[in-house]
Design a protein around this ligand. Structure first.
Ligand code: SOE
Length: 398
């Protein structure tokens, strides 16, 4: 039976667009879901910009104060696509108003805030999810499936990089609508919360809890003009961060992230090496999953050893996660689809009663690792993360 899902979207930037697009496409590509998104209200502080965005995307109404939106009784779900410093207050108020809550990553500015947010959604009993969209790249979901199938075996190494290059120029300002990611007061941290949070979420989903870390960070440009004050102010974010990690399963991890890797735009990669195989993924080549299968242990057959090597799987077959929803084998999908998949998994979870991941509690575990990384960079020693375990997969496409 079809039911409307009345959406109140907060934010009209990059993520406002990505999420709105998911609401618009969901019903066509996941028609079996009972919930059908309706773009009811777009909320943003600048009324003219909010109205223009609402008109472009088909929202019926506009609000300029999120508190008013959260109290409206014609809204079912509040979607938070605003800077990190606003997540906590909006999420808690939305949960208390009985709204479902979808929140952009990272969940919060720090663990304390994240814990309050988890408590609020759990006390209210409202469905919740954090948009760690990369879990829903078909090739990444396939890697997870291969781990579940035992094709990697005992894990030894996990290696992640997340590299960009858009803040190298010293005259890029910090703060304001477009550049809040460079302002520690709005973002909480730099690459650790913005980019490594993605890598950590994927890593723990793929390879289980990260138990301890040792990190180093750098801020290459020490001062930038602040767009709101107009003054040159110290930069409080980490421009680059590298850390070593220990996983609960005994594997060792390395993570590297920077916005100063000239030529790297959204270079999000990982490789997992196990006793029985390895997988490698690169978001700049997202249709592929590289797989090395070590078979000799299973068959004892050495006659094919001259044929062993990495296999490049073009993840576009109907058998691959999510790909039966799209085109014919060989035809590719991209970044926008990961948000459609996340929304589909979220609603399927609501309908089945098995909450989709990562929910707020899962994202709190990622936040714990981020905080431990930043603490370690200050204390210059190993820090235990306190991660409490991460849930397994529940994907429409998985
Ligand atoms: C940063 O440049 C950013 O936009 C992140 O905030 C997103 O989460 C990432 O997916 C793309 O890069």
């Amino acid at each position: 039976m079809s039911k409307p899902l009345r959406v109140g979207m907060i934010g009209y930037g990059f993520m406002g667009k990505a999420h709105s697009n998911a609401y618009r496409k969901l019903a066509q590509f996941f028609p079996e879901l009972n919930y059908k998104p309706e773009l009811r209200v777009l909320c943003g502080r600048d009324e003219a910009k909010a109205r223009a965005f609402a008109d472009t995307w088909g929202y019926g109404d506009v609000e300029t104060d999120w508190r008013v939106l959260v109290d409206r009784d014609d809204i079912d779900v509040i979607d938070i696509g605003t800077p990190n410093k606003t997540h906590r207050d909006i999420a808690i108020a939305a949960a208390q108003a009985g709204k479902w809550v979808l929140c952009e990553k990272p969940l919060a500015m720090d663990v304390d805030e994240a814990e309050e947010m988890v408590a609020a959604v759990e006390a209210a009993g409202v469905p919740n999810m954090v948009w760690f969209n990369y879990r829903r790249v078909p090739a990444i979901a396939l890697a997870r499936k291969m781990v579940d199938e035992g094709r990697i075996g005992k894990a030894f190494h996990y290696r992640a990089t997340y590299l960009q290059d858009w803040t190298i120029a010293e005259d890029v300002p910090q703060g304001g609508a477009a550049l809040w990611r460079l302002d520690a007061n709005a973002a909480g941290s730099g690459v650790t919360g913005d980019l490594l949070a993605h890598s950590i979420d994927t890593a723990m989903w793929m390879n289980g809890p990260i138990t301890s870390v040792v990190a180093d960070t750098e801020t290459f440009v020490k001062e930038r003009m602040h767009q709101e004050s107009g003054q040159v102010e110290p930069v409080g974010i980490d421009d680059a961060c590298m850390f070593l990690a220990r996983f609960a399963n005994g594997a060792m991890g390395t993570f590297e992230s920077t916005r100063y890797a000239r030529g790297r735009k959204n270079y999000n990669t990982f490789e997992l090496n196990g006793a029985d195989g390895s997988v490698y993924f690169d978001l700049e080549d997202p249709q592929y999953l590289d797989f090395f299968e070590y078979t000799r242990a299973a068959t004892g057959d050495k006659t094919e050893d001259h044929l062993t090597g990495w296999r490049k799987i073009h993840v576009t077959n109907f058998e691959h996660p999510y790909m039966d929803r799209w085109w014919v084998p060989g035809c590719t999908i991209g970044y926008e689809h990961t948000f459609i998949h996340a929304l589909a998994d979220f609603l399927a979870g609501v309908e089945s009663g098995e909450q989709a991941q990562p929910n707020f509690r899962d994202a709190l575990q990622t936040q714990k690792v981020c905080d431990a990384v930043l603490r370690s960079a200050k204390t210059r020693g190993w820090v235990d993360t306190g991660v409490e375990g991460v849930q397994g997969a529940a994907l429409i496409g998985g």
